[in-house]
Every structure is written in structure tokens, then in C-alpha cells.
Design a protein around this ligand. Structure first.
Ligand SMILES: Cc1ncc(COP(=O)(O)O)c(C=O)c1O
Length: 437
């Protein structure tokens, strides 16, 4: 029986075997150096070019490049026309930006549970969350897997709601053959370092409707573009932000964009190699991809199934022990969010900006008790991700990493889950809200 690395055995994946993301070529260096040697370091020609090139790549009419995906998401909320106190539906599990963008605009988030199988918003649960104040549904194509958009768009149409797509993780993912960012009214992409398309940092707002584009524009550069005095060079009609991108990041993203199709195709090949190696491993739930939803394989999502492992304790304790053992083997695995969004401090306190704002501008009665989102809770307690396993890594590396994961799962008896739980940071497991109800 092999001895696990965590117990002093040999590491399955040696140091340096997994190559970091993103791969840098002479074209990245050329474009970035050209930008550096120019005299345009704030907004510059590469920003204009990136907008055009990304819009063409994704099939959108309009695009703004921004300083982050978070700011592009805020622009989406502004573009939706929602006003203070209006409600926006968003999944109970995502990155914090999928809800902070709602709060930043003075709107009230209303959470909907996820579908455990996909970890994306459960369309069947949206209708019950709609009120007379609902203006938009913000969907998140999480881990690169598109949401079930037919059902979501159907609810939105029947209730006259705007659909915002958080595509920050999902560049090039397809729903019924259409790229994400083309399915709703407007969308946000991130360009941070982990993303399938990166500029180091940065973001992209896209839309096909000029009105959405114009409303988003008001947030990009101090409100300079806002009516009714659009001719004035600099004015402060709107309480806008400064969300524009810079030329160096845009130059880097433009160089990377030239290879984005290859990156996505390679990520699929590597994900398929991992699946082939892990299929049938007891205690693991592998990611799903249906006929209509094609992932870009941003993250390879795995859940630990405590029952299948014969473990009767807390799922999060088992997951933590398994994760530590896999990391000791050299597998690039991690947990991204350990909490669901309704557990965020500002949400629990119902106070983002003082004096109870933005809830003070909305209707009473929006309930955030985390126990309403059992699938999202089950998910955050049992998942881990294999992140950034992309080119220039090869199928051989993907297999090696998957074998390290399998080695741990096949030798669970060697793991002292209770000992890991004892030494772990208790705040990982404790949930203050349990005692509050
Ligand atoms: C789902 C999701 N939304 C929004 C963001 C925010 O993007 P950025 O980091 O570019 O602000 C991220 C970033 O990781 C994300 O994963």
C-alpha cells in the first residue's frame, strides 16, 4: 500500500512539475513593451483595440475595458436601470463581487439556492424569489460552466426582468453553441491573472443594446459621458467611478486573446484526461457538462461525498483532511469560497454603507437565513477545485495530478481526519448563525 506524502511517503507530483499560468510568449513581450515604450500608460490605443477585438471575438456590439471584473459587474447593474431599493436576484454561492456589485448600486440582493449538480443558480427556484421590486437576475457561469439559460431567460421574459451575466470565469463557454456574454442583456468578464483571458488585472463589460452600453459608460470615467451636458469636457453630473483600464494591461490581454481559442481547447483536453483518470474513484463527485452547456474548464470542480467514503462526521472536516493530503502530494488543489454569500458580514448585518443602507431603501422581509440555501451549504462544505491546470501543462501532467488525487482517495484509511480537524483553524468550520435562530 503506498504511503501518503502527508504521512511521510513520496510526493506524487514533484516540485515544479505543474507549470504556472499564463504562458508568456514573444508576442506578449512585444505588445507590452511597445505599450511601455509609448507615452500612453493610462487609457491608450491598446484599450481601444482590446475593446474592438474582444467584442469581435465574443460577438458583442459594445465593449468597455475596465480595471476589474468587479467594476464591469457594477456597470452591468447600472446598465440594468435598477434604482436604489430595487431587488436583484443572484446565486447564494459565488464570488463576493456577484453581490457587492448589487450593494454598490444601492440595490437589495435576493439570493436563490444553487443546483448541486452544476453548482450554478437553480432556475426552478427563481420564480419564488421575485417580488414587485425585482429588476434583474444576475446569473454566474461558475467554474466556467454556463447556467441553464433557457429556463432563466423564460422566467426573466415573463416577469420583464433584465438578465446580467457574470462571465468572469467563463470566457468562451457555450450555451447551445452561443458564447456566454451574448445570452442576457449585458455581461462582465474578468481579466485577472487566473482567468482564461488575462491582462494581469482588468475587466470587460459587454452588451448588444446601445442603451445598456450608454448607462454603463456613465460609470467608467467620473461620469464624464453622462447627459444632459455631454458636450462639456469635464463635469460631474453623475456620481460615477473611475473604472477605466490601463494600456499595459490591455496590451497584455490583446496578446493573450490571440491564443484564447487554443487555451480553451487545451483546457478541455486536460480536463478530459483528469476525468478519464478519476472516473469511478470512490468518494468523489466529478464535474458535469450537459449537451447544451459547454464549459471552458476554468476550474475542474470536485466534491467529496462523505457518505460514499463511509464518513459520518462533518463534511467540511473530511474535505479539509483530504485537501491537505492532496496538497502534500503536490496536487494544485484548493478551496475558493468556504462561505456562501448570505453568510457575508454586510448581508447578515443588513448594513453595507451605514444606517442600514441599501436595505433601508427597499421593502421589508427579504430573508437571508443561510439555512434556506441547503444546496449551496452542502457544496461549500464538500468541494475543492483543481485550478489553472492549463497549457503549457500536458496531458501527462494532468494524469499525474489526477493520480495524486486518486492516491489519497484510495488510501483514506491512512488519514486521521480528527487530527487534522483538531489542528485546523476552527473558524473554517464554525458558523455563528447556527446559534442565532
Ligand atoms: C465569479 C466571479 N465574479 C467576479 C469576479 C471579480 O473579478 P475581478 O477579480 O476581476 O474583479 C471574480 C473574480 O475572480 C469571479 O470569479
Amino acid at each position: 500500500m503506498p504511503v501518503l506524502a502527508i504521512n511521510g511517503g513520496p510526493k506524487h507530483v514533484s516540485e515544479g512539475a505543474v507549470k504556472p499560468w499564463p504562458p508568456i510568449t514573444a508576442e506578449d513581450e512585444r505588445l507590452v513593451l511597445e505599450s511601455l515604450r509609448s507615452d500612453r500608460h493610462a487609457w491608450g490605443p491598446n484599450c481601444d483595440a482590446l475593446q474592438k477585438e474582444f467584442a469581435a471575438w465574443n460577438g458583442n456590439k459594445f465593449c468597455w475595458t475596465t480595471n476589474s471584473g468587479t467594476s464591469a459587474l457594477h456597470m452591468c447593474v447600472a446598465a440594468s436601470g435598477a434604482a436604489a431599493g430595487d431587488e436583484i436576484i443572484t446565486p447564494a454561492y459565488s464570488w463576493t463581487s456577484s453581490v457587492s456589485c448589487i450593494l454598490h448600486h444601492g440595490c437589495v440582493p435576493v439570493f436563490v439556492d444553487i443546483d448541486f449538480a452544476t453548482a450554478n443558480l437553480d432556475p426552478a427556484k427563481i420564480e419564488a424569489a421575485i417580488s414587485e421590486r425585482t429588476r434583474a437576475i444576475l446569473v454566474v457561469h461558475l467554474h466556467g460552466l454556463p447556467c441553464q439559460m433557457d429556463a432563466i431567460l423564460d422566467v426573466a421574459r415573463r416577469h420583464n426582468l433584465v438578465v446580467i451575466e457574470d462571465c468572469c470565469q467563463a470566457h468562451g463557454a457555450l450555451y447551445r453553441g452561443t458564447k456566454v456574454g451574448k445570452l442576457g442583456h449585458c455581461a462582465a468578464f474578468s481579466l485577472n491573472q487566473n482567468k482564461m483571458l488575462t491582462g494581469g488585472e482588468g475587466g470587460l463589460f459587454v452588451a448588444d443594446d446601445e442603451e445598456f452600453h450608454k448607462r454603463a459608460q456613465a460609470l467608467v470615467l467620473f461620469g464624464d459621458f453622462r447627459e444632459p451636458v455631454a458636450q462639456v469636457g469635464y463635469h460631474a453630473y453623475g456620481l460615477a467611478y473611475m473604472y477605466r483600464n490601463n494600456d499595459l494591461s490591455a496590451a497584455f490581454a490583446r496578446a493573450q486573446l490571440q491564443r484564447l481559442d487554443t487555451f480553451i481547447a487545451d483546457a478541455r483536453t486536460l480536463a478530459e484526461a483528469v476525468t478519464a483518470e478519476l472516473r469511478g474513484t470512490r468518494g468523489l463527485i466529478l464535474p458535469v457538462e450537459s449537451g447544451e452547456c459547454r464549459s471552458n474548464w476554468y476550474n475542474y470542480l470536485i466534491r467529496v461525498d462523505p457518505a460514499a467514503c463511509g464518513y459520518t462526521g462533518l463534511g467540511e472536516e473530511l474535505r479539509e483532511a483530504v485537501l491537505k493530503a492532496m496538497q502534500a502530494e503536490g496536487a494544485p488543489v484548493g478551496v475558493w469560497q468556504r462561505r456562501i454569500l448570505p453568510e457575508m458580514g454586510a448581508i447578515r448585518a443588513r448594513d453595507a454603507y451605514g444606517n442600514g443602507y441599501p436595505w433601508s431603501a427597499g421593502r421589508a422581509g427579504v430573508d437571508y437565513h443561510p439555512s434556506q440555501f441547503p444546496e449551496a451549504l452542502r457544496h461549500v462544505n464538500t468541494y475543492f477545485i483543481l485550478g489553472c491546470l492549463r497549457t503549457p501543462n500536458t496531458v501527462e501532467t494532468a494524469r499525474l495530478v489526477a493520480q495524486a488525487i486518486r492516491k489519497v482517495m484510495e488510501n483514506l484509511g491512512e488519514l486521521d481526519v480528527a487530527a487534522v480537524a483538531k489542528t485546523a483553524d476552527r473558524s473554517l468550520y464554525e458558523r455563528g448563525w447556527k446559534q442565532q435562530r
